[in-house]
Write a protein that binds this ligand. Structure first.
Ligand code: R5P
Length: 232
């Protein structure tokens, strides 16, 4: 599986040109991209990156990739990031690693977002992977009730749980927020659900990435598939 992730990362790296400003994703697949990018940088490639998490910042620094922020530059050429699920419209569930907020800010500031994954992430319909919803701890009860209502309005339901870290304490995101994971099973209309969740005051962001990915690079036993998003 790790080999497939690395192959997808290597294919995305072929899109990178000298002088590009890159969004650097988070997770085990994106980490391969950062490592391979570091090798190219050591060989003379000149790029600058914006990391989507403190973990990726540390990886990029270790790999010698020069970093900047979205305050210092006005756009990114390409963001390369992993995903937890990818559907045929290239809508995504992201946030399994808790980095969805910065990932979405960075993807939205990019001309192109390339999603890299092993082909187990390809699904006909999003929802089997629990949907991460990043929330403000204050007023969580009210926020949970509003999320439940949004789910019902969009025809989905399922158990919700505040994410815990490995040490048993509540998982806290890089932005200081909490994550509620919702087991929805099948999300028939991800765009409507995304809109409904975004309208809730206590929701900082959610893991539905709608219309952000430009292409997906999927590595499987039979080779690599590159899927471009259909124009609306
Ligand atoms: O918050 C984490 C990110 O959205 C990751 O890109 C996603 O969870 C996929 O991670 P991995 O490549 O480790 O499966």
């Amino acid at each position: 599986m790790d080999q497939l992730k690395r192959q997808a990362a290597a294919r995305a790296l072929e899109e990178v040109r000298d002088g590009m400003q890159l969004g650097l994703g988070t997770g085990s697949t994106a980490k391969h991209f950062v490592e391979l990018l570091g090798e190219r940088v050591a060989g003379g490639l000149k790029v600058i990156g914006v990391p989507t998490s403190e973990a990726t910042r540390a990886d990029a620094e270790r790999c010698g990739v020069k970093l900047t922020t979205l305050d210092e530059i006005d756009h990114l050429d390409i963001t390369v990031d992993g995903a937890d699920e990818i559907d045929p419209e290239l809508n995504l569930i992201k946030g399994g690693g808790g980095a969805l907020l910065r990932e979405k800010i960075v993807a939205a500031a990019s001309d192109r977002m390339i999603v890299i994954a092993d082909d187990s992430k390809w699904v006909p319909t999003l929802g089997k992977f629990p949907l991460p919803v990043e929330v403000i701890p204050f007023g969580l009860g009210a926020t949970r009730r509003a999320i439940e209502k949004a789910f019902a309005d969009c025809g989905v339901s399922g158990q919700m749980a505040v994410r815990k870290a490995k040490d048993g304490h509540v998982f806290v995101t890089d932005g200081g927020h909490w994550i509620v994971d919702a087991q929805l099973g099948r999300i028939a209309d991800p765009a409507s659900l995304a809109k409904a969740l975004s309208a809730i005051p206590g929701v900082v962001e959610h893991g539905l990435f709608i219309g952000l990915a430009s292409s997906a690079v999927l590595a499987g036993g039979g080779g690599i598939r590159v899927i471009e998003r259909r124009k609306p």
